[in-house]
Design a protein around this ligand. Structure first.
Ligand SMILES: Cc1cc2nc3c(=O)[nH]c(=O)nc-3n(C[C@H](O)[C@H](O)[C@H](O)COP(=O)(O)OP(=O)(O)OC[C@H]3O[C@@H](n4cnc5c(N)ncnc54)[C@H](O)[C@@H]3O)c2cc1C
Length: 452
């Protein structure tokens, strides 16, 4: 019997989980070949050394209220490496000063006027208090921009100072560009179910228990997980880009950017949406056109090591309201958030929002100068960096605009059974969603090939 051959295109967390799941499903004898032209595997998961410590300069955390990442770590024998935040909280920087992060919100959508008192003006508080009594028009199944709904019900300040800071952290987007069904799916579901006001929908949507940490991370950084996935999947890494995909007999013919051809019984494509379109152009032209319509944002992360003892507050970081005179959209006080692991204090600042060119066009020197300036403005502390590094994540963050769900449903239909897609533009941008989607993609292509 000939060995089964599987190809995975893209070596971020989506591709690596797909390769690992394939190995579990198809057994030791199959060939699993993974293509990625980057200098190392992991995509947006990237652990560097800074100030003598490990530091993630892409994703740094995962939501622990979703099961996927803790379950994967446990399955790989890495549960002992999972760490929690120290318990310190983030703040919001608005109107030139810091405010506590509002409690009891759904992705920044408040469920009472009390939670945003001090963050917004009195007129907004009055509008929010009266909101449950104003008739609400809602079309079940609708997916308007979350900003449009919240502005209408609670006013623009709530959007700029509570919702935008959350969404610019997650998507490098804003309430104007993200649909309510992606930003706050439980609120949309409560509105579909007949909630008479946004306040009521938010209350119904709040998780039953908000106790316990929201975020986890990995001691030693995401690299620990990546290494284990690579080892367990026993993949062969080809450091090239796949440029073309075509059906071939019972399977697939892939061409890479060095002109080499590769054959596979089944393929998982786990590249970012803009890179998917050309690969599907001949195989599934409608899906290719759909992928090309998903807008993307870029972000730059500047990681800094400063001397231990630098006076920084006991908080995990700062989310920046829109319209503030700061360059960064978010600041993470990594050492405060995860605990000290060395003498230096680590911080990271993120720059760039959907629609701007900041991540692409600003020099490393300018980003560093901006960071020092912003830290002085926010904390009143003049930091003296011991070391810094910049990483740019270009076109890396898909925007889950209004109607995104229908868009991605269209992407999947029309794909042949031995071809599946995975990635952060499908069912959620976070690492847990990527892990879930990649597992399903591996199962999807393994089934028909195992039966043969
Ligand atoms: C700055 C930043 C911070 C984030 N923070 C968090 C966080 O704290 N928590 C969280 O849950 N999520 C976070 N996210 C989101 C999350 O990290 C990503 O959505 C996720 O890692 C994407 O993984 P992926 O494998 O789908 O894509 P990617 O990581 O983008 O990997 C795709 C890979 O495909 C390769 N590729 C592209 N084209 C080709 C081709 N033609 N042939 C072969 N290979 C190709 C690329 O080189 C790349 O390695 C963050 C994202 C960013 C940008």
């Amino acid at each position: 019997m000939t060995r089964q051959r599987y190809c995975v295109v893209g070596g971020g967390i989506s591709g690596l989980v797909a390769a690992y799941r394939l190995r579990m499903l198809v057994g030791e004898d199959a060939d699993i070949t993974l293509f990625d032209p980057a200098d190392r595997l992991g995509g947006i998961l990237r652990t560097e050394r800074l100030g003598g410590q490990s530091m993630d300069v892409g994703a740094e955390a995962f939501v622990v209220r979703r099961p996927e990442v803790p379950a994967l770590l446990a399955e790989l024998g890495l549960a002992g490496r999972q760490i929690s935040t120290t318990g310190v909280r983030p703040t919001i920087f608005s109107q030139g000063r810091m405010h506590p992060l509002p409690a009891d919100t759904v992705n920044g959508i408040p469920t009472s006027a009390a939670s945003v008192t001090g963050l917004v003006d009195d007129a907004t508080i009055a509008q929010m208090a009266a909101e449950p009594n104003r008739p609400l028009r809602w079309q079940p199944g609708a997916d308007p921009a979350v900003g449009a709904v919240v502005t209408d019900r609670f006013g623009g300040q709530v959007v700029a100072r509570s919702v935008d800071p959350m969404l610019s952290g997650v998507y490098a987007g804003s309430a104007a560009t993200i649909g309510i069904r992606s930003a706050a799916p439980t609120v949309a579901a409560a509105l579909d179910a007949g909630a008479p006001s946004l306040t009521d929908a938010g209350r119904r949507a709040l998780p039953g228990s908000t106790q316990g940490p929201v975020f986890g991370a990995i001691e030693g950084g995401y690299q620990v997980l990546l290494d284990e996935l690579v080892a367990r999947s026993r993949l062969r890494w080809i450091p090239t880009s796949v440029t073309h995909l075509a059906p071939d007999a019972d399977g697939w013919n892939l061409r890479d950017d060095e002109g080499q051809h590769w054959y596979a019984d089944a393929v998982v494509i786990a590249v970012p949406a803009p890179r998917l379109a050309p690969l599907l152009a001949d195989v599934a032209p409608t899906a290719a056109a759909t992928a090309a319509r998903i807008p993307v944002a870029s972000a730059a992360v500047l990681a800094l090591a400063v001397p231990g003892g630098t006076p920084l507050p006991q908080q995990s970081g700062v989310l920046v309201a829109s319209g503030e005179r700061l360059h960064a959209k978010a600041i993470t006080l990594s050492t405060r958030k995860w605990g000290a692991r060395g003498n230096a204090e680590l911080l990271r600042l993120s720059f760039g929002r959907f629609g701007d060119q900041v991540a692409r066009n600003t020099s490393d020197a300018d980003l560093q100068a901006w960071a020092v300036e912003d830290l002085q403005s926010v904390f009143g502390t003049k930091v003296e960096p011991l070391d810094f590094l910049v990483h740019r994540w270009l076109d890396a963050m898909p925007q889950y605009g209004p109607g995104h769900r229908e868009l991605t449903a269209g992407l999947r239909t029309g794909l042949p059974p031995t071809l599946a897609i995975a990635g952060n533009y499908l069912d959620g941008i976070g690492v847990p969603a990527c892990v879930a989607v990649a597992g399903r993609a591996a199962e999807h292509v393994a089934k028909p090939t195992i039966r043969r």
